[in-house]
Design a protein around this ligand. Structure first.
Ligand SMILES: Nc1ncnc2c1ncn2[C@@H]1O[C@H](COP(=O)(O)OP(=O)(O)OP(=O)(O)O)[C@@H](O)[C@H]1O
Ligand SMILES: [Mg+2]
Length: 491
């Protein structure tokens, strides 16, 4: 059995992991840690929920071990496309950092500047950030990236999207010359080529299992449903036992669906980029604690977000992009757990859906589904809703809503990517370029906002035991380096 120490992880970290029940490294960690700790540039691709966060976190912490940073001059940077993901990454890194005399700070939009500025002023070695706020602080002179030795791009293919690219380039250009770069994603494909060419030196690619290959533990279903029964079907599904995430295309669509579910008695929260950051954080916390076992979300929650025991993912609006399909679906069946993914499609979308499933490289069952069909309950656990309206606590109500933009990541504004995505995905009718939304676009000197980092996880009603300590490795055939087996689910 390979241990974390065998891979080069420094002793205090390996010990801390084993005390928390992380006794064995996962395949993506076995594949990437030795090279990353040796200082090489790494491209890491492992399926959703396979432990990529610890793979890059342990590498940068082992490399920096006890180093000190100068004021406003951090040594390592992790970039994330959304604020929620940045919070989550920082929540993983921060306690481990303390074990090796390091500290980290979350730098993301929608939150007060105070703590972020204070940490920088104090000399913090690790920064976990969304690009917009980071650039904001650079422009204010509070942050200088010239000492950065390690840069991680999580969800690197999305960070290479036109919507993020200018900011990412500006950031990488500002980092120290010759620094190490680590790029990770479940769908690391040719979209990263431009970044790789310009910013990586002799990178080694480790691809642990194709992101889209069907797994025993993730069951895929497509239901063709008459439009008039869609809402009723979603209310029944939402009344199931266990934690369910429902993805929709637009912010408006998310609010509307949640309202309909709540009217039927389903405790549903919403997460989308039109909400104030405080409300976003609360909605995610309520989902994690089981207060609202159903979360209706746009693609802001599709990438990287880990909540224990999501046993069912519903594409309430069918995605058009196979990558969106895979990342949304990947909110279930994480860390070796199992889960079900159901796409609700219209009767006239049969060809489109078969094409999408094929491009996503998954195997799915296609069914004409009706609310009375016993298969609905068998597959999803659907139950009759109580019919007693459920009222969200005031803090869950949307405080701020923009116009009905196609749903996407945090800021969800991004128009920058639309052009390119239109041309790359000819079938896309929403024009959303849903990969291109910036969570925190560079805004020169913009003011602070509300909200704060949140975390915590709990068990849902009827949920399965947690998947963290001692979780089984999520499939995987071990690392393989070299070559160019890059998965390219896009057409
Ligand atoms: N070696 C390990 N042993 C047990 N659990 C682990 C191990 N490594 C990671 N995990 C757990 O696996 C879960 C998923 O990890 P993580 O969020 O890093 O996945 P990911 O590969 O980044 O997925 P995504 O592509 O969706 O971002 C987390 O709960 C994490 O704590
Ligand atoms: Mg991740």
């Amino acid at each position: 059995m390979t241990s974390f120490s065998d891979l080069g992880v420094v002793r205090p970290l390996a010990q801390a992991l084993s005390h928390s029940g992380f006794s064995e490294p996962f395949p993506i960690q076995i594949a990437t840690l030795p090279d990353a700790i040796a200082g090489r540039d790494v491209l890491g691709r492992g399926r959703t929920g396979s432990g990529k966060t610890l793979a890059f976190a342990l590498a940068l912490l082992s490399r920096l071990d006890s180093r000190k940073a100068k004021r406003g001059k951090p040594l390592a940077l992790v970039l994330s496309p959304t604020r929620e993901l940045a919070m989550q990454i920082n929540a993983t890194i921060s306690p481990l950092a303390r074990k090796v005399g390091l500290s980290s700070v979350l730098i993301a939009g929608g939150m007060p500047f105070g703590k972020q500025l204070q940490a920088l002023e104090h000399g913090v070695p690790i920064v976990v950030a969304t690009p917009g706020r980071l650039i904001d602080l650079m422009h204010r002179g509070a942050l200088d990236l010239s000492d950065i030795e390690i840069t991680v791009l999580d969800e690197a293919d999305l960070m290479s999207d036109m919507g993020f690219m200018p900011a990412v380039k500006e950031i990488l250009d500002a980092t120290g010359r010759g620094g190490q770069r680590l790029l990770f994603s479940a769908t690391l494909d040719k979209d990263v080529d431009a970044l790789v060419k310009k910013y990586l030196r002799d990178p080694i690619e480790h691809s642990v299992e194709s992101a889209g290959i069907a797994h025993g533990e993730m069951d895929h279903h497509v239901f063709f449903v008459k439009q008039e029964v869609r809402d009723e079907m979603l209310a029944k599904i939402g009344s199931r036992q266990g934690r369910t995430i429902m993805f929709v295309r637009t912010q408006r669509g998310a609010d509307r669906l949640a309202e309909k579910l709540q009217a039927k008695g389903v405790a549903a929260g919403t997460l989308h980029g039109g909400k104030a950051q405080g409300a976003r954080t609360k909605a995610l916390d309520a989902f994690k604690s089981g207060k609202t076992p159903v979360l209706v979300a746009t693609n802001v929650a599709a990438r990287g977000i880990h909540v224990d025991d999501i046993s069912l993912v519903i594409h309430a609006d069918a995605p058009t992009d196979p990558k969106d399909y895979l990342h949304r679906a990947g909110r279930t069946a994480r860390a070796g757990e199992s889960g079900t993914v159901v796409t609700l499609a219209r009767l006239n979308q049969q060809r489109e859906m078969k094409g999408l499933i094929k491009k996503a490289l998954v195997e799915a069952t296609f069914t004409h589904m009706d609310v009375a069909n016993p298969e609905l309950a068998r597959i999803t656990g659907a139950q009759e809703p109580t019919g007693e309206p459920w009222f969200p606590a005031a803090e869950h109500a949307p405080k701020k809503r923009r116009t009905s933009r196609p749903g996407g990541h945090a800021g969800e504004g991004g128009s920058g990517a639309v052009g390119r995505h239109k041309s790359r995905h000819k079938g896309r009718s929403d024009g959303s370029g849903s990969q291109g939304q910036r969570s925190d676009r560079p805004k020169s000197g913009s003011g602070g906002g509300r909200g704060r980092a949140g975390g915590g996880s709990g068990k849902p009603p009827g949920g399965r035991p947690g998947s963290k300590p001692g979780g089984k490795p999520a499939g995987g055939s071990g690392g393989k380096s070299g070559g160019k087996p890059r998965h390219k689910p896009k057409a």
